[in-house]
Design a protein around this ligand. Sequence first.
Ligand SMILES: *[C@@H]1O[C@H](CO)[C@@H](O)[C@H](O)[C@H]1NC(C)=O
Ligand SMILES: *[C@@H]1O[C@H](CO)[C@@H](O)[C@H](O)[C@H]1NC(C)=O
Ligand SMILES: *[C@@H]1O[C@H](CO)[C@@H](O)[C@H](O)[C@H]1NC(C)=O
Ligand SMILES: *[C@@H]1O[C@H](CO)[C@@H](O)[C@H](O)[C@H]1NC(C)=O
Ligand SMILES: *[C@@H]1O[C@H](CO)[C@@H](O)[C@H](O)[C@H]1NC(C)=O
Length: 264
Amino acid sequence: MASSSCNFSTFFFFIIISIIFCSISGYSAQPPTRICPRLDCGNGIIISYPFWLQPHQLEHCGYQGHNLSCHAQIPVLNLSNDLYQVKSINYLDNSLIISHTELTETNNCPKIRHDFTLTPTNSFLFNHTSGNRLLRFFYNCTLYPPALPDIACLQSGAKRSFVFAMEAIPEFDWHGYCESTVRVSVLEKALDDKETLVSSFSKALRDGFRLTWRTPSGSCQLCQASNGFCGYSNSSSSTENFFCICPGGRHSVSCPQQGNNHAS
Ligand SMILES: *[C@@H]1O[C@H](CO)[C@@H](O)[C@H](O)[C@H]1NC(C)=O
Ligand SMILES: *[C@@H]1O[C@H](CO)[C@@H](O)[C@H](O)[C@H]1NC(C)=O
Ligand SMILES: *[C@@H]1O[C@H](CO)[C@@H](O)[C@H](O)[C@H]1NC(C)=O
Ligand SMILES: *[C@@H]1O[C@H](CO)[C@@H](O)[C@H](O)[C@H]1NC(C)=O
Ligand SMILES: *[C@@H]1O[C@H](CO)[C@@H](O)[C@H](O)[C@H]1NC(C)=O
């Protein structure tokens, strides 16, 4: 009895020692992921630095503007007051694919309400010029060139709606005869077959478009290079509030290098 409980506690002792050892060695080699663990909303998309999940994580767990929240197991990003569904995040090339949240699988005939724009606040980090092409929609046109395929599901009486690749808009006074127009980014591959856009556009919209992000310059780069996390002490984007979160705590610029005794 006594000996078996002793074995039991010895076993536990080793488990605990290995857990401590693993976390310490992980700590010194990598960013402090225990402070900001990888999370997901339940659909398998890993959310980790520089993205952070509200309300579960603190803002030092990622960049300003890279805060996501979960909407029914789907991570969403708020850009310029619109919510976008995050479809994937590639931490190796700093890119993510997002789509408009109103584009559900069940809506086969979506209408995009307005252009995608980045405001000066978020264009500081996000860029959507690479990997995408632009589509242009013209909605509810009362007059249009003959023999052009229109979006059948958007017909409204005699009014027709059209979609074109931005660089292939037929010559016509679209603005004069259409009620509204929007430009939408889609992935480059969505334009492989421009002829079928009038029927394939909803899938192209659902597949989303690509954004890239860049590391804020200056202190944040130095901090990351030293295996730290960039933190901001407040929700203001002022760089004056910058600090670097290191395994051993906060530092003003970068993490002290362990085992490096070169005087320099
Ligand atoms: C991110 O934070 C900003 C500022 O607090 C907030 O307005 C926005 O809604 C948040 N985004 C998400 C997706 O929760
Ligand atoms: C998006 O963020 C803005 C502030 O940046 C906030 O006013 C707005 O309510 C947020 N929108 C949603 C849908 O969360
Ligand atoms: C966005 O990317 C384009 C092309 O890669 C580049 O010319 C432009 O300067 C970038 N904009 C920002 C704000 O980084
Ligand atoms: C076209 O106009 C009708 C009203 O005449 C409106 O109900 C419909 O939403 C409009 N369609 C588009 C695609 O803008
Ligand atoms: C952020 O700033 C506001 C006022 O500017 C202050 O009330 C708040 O305590 C600050 N929060 C943090 C986390 O520093």
